[in-house]
Design a protein around this ligand. Structure first.
Ligand SMILES: [Zn+2]
Length: 245
């Protein structure tokens, strides 16, 4: 299995709260006759379903689909030993057979030669691993951001945000001030996109912070020099922030 698939499985397991037993992975080079060429490429995997009850089987399918797998429960009625069959949508190493199954999945079919209808949980057909991560990261980024503006009792130190703008290593408490400033730019006056907000949170790279400063300065019709000094920060007091040295 390739790293992308492994990451996807681990994320699904994380969301499930239990691990999945892999019965068959990828790159089989035709060793498993029953699954045609589907498992010859990358991005395909089978997981054990025998020991799980109906509720858990449903949950597994949901979580596999949520992270971007085309996933089905394969049953004895269909001629299989019961198992989950999953194909990573958008994987570059998919075999032609796996690619066909993804197409079937997107069209609401079960991916078998019989061309039956998809019998799994709906709502995930447009998902990919990349899209899932974007949605997840956006949700995380918004956590901890003040939900209401004006804020109450939020202090921002000029020294702290200047350090963030200059790329100096900042301690946890100083990072909090910088985060408040970014939250203000992102959710308060909405002058930076979520992608900038997330990128800064992830990397703490100065350029994202300076970009936000300039956007805030543009909003208040100030000189856009990227310096979060007293003149720029004074504008935040009307939104309830207290500015200190
Ligand atoms: Zn399979």
């Amino acid at each position: 299995m390739n790293q992308r698939s492994i990451d996807m499985i681990e994320e699904a397991e994380h969301n499930l709260g239990f691990t999945l037993k892999v019965m068959q992975g990828s790159f089989n080079n035709g060793a498993v006759k029953a699954s045609a060429d589907v498992h010859d490429g990358g991005g395909a995997a089978d997981f054990r379903a025998r020991t799980l009850d109906a509720v858990r089987r449903r949950r597994v399918l949901e979580e596999l689909r949520r992270v971007g797998f085309a996933a089905w429960l394969r049953t004895p009625a269909q001629g299989f030993v019961i198992h989950f069959h999953a194909v990573a949508i958008g994987d570059e190493e998919l075999s032609p057979g796996a690619r066909r199954q993804v197409k079937h999945y997107k069209n609401g079919l079960n991916g078998l030669a019989s061309g039956g209808r998809d019998d799994g949980p709906p709502g995930f057909r447009g998902m990919t691993w990349e899209k899932y991560q974007e949605i997840r990261d956006e949700a995380r980024a918004v956590q901890g951001v003040p939900s209401a503006f004006p804020v109450r009792d939020v202090t921002i130190s000029i020294t702290s945000v200047r350090m963030a703008a200059e790329g100096e290593p900042i301690s946890h408490s100083r990072a909090h001030d910088a985060e408040q400033f970014m939250a203000f730019a992102f959710k308060g006056i909405k002058v930076i996109p979520v992608t900038t907000f997330m990128a800064w949170r992830k990397t703490r790279e100065t350029r994202f912070f300076v970009f936000a400063v300039k956007c805030v300065q543009a909003h208040f019709k100030l000189r856009q020099d990227g310096d979060p000094g007293p003149i720029t920060l004074a504008n935040l007091t009307q939104f309830g922030y207290r500015i200190t040295d």
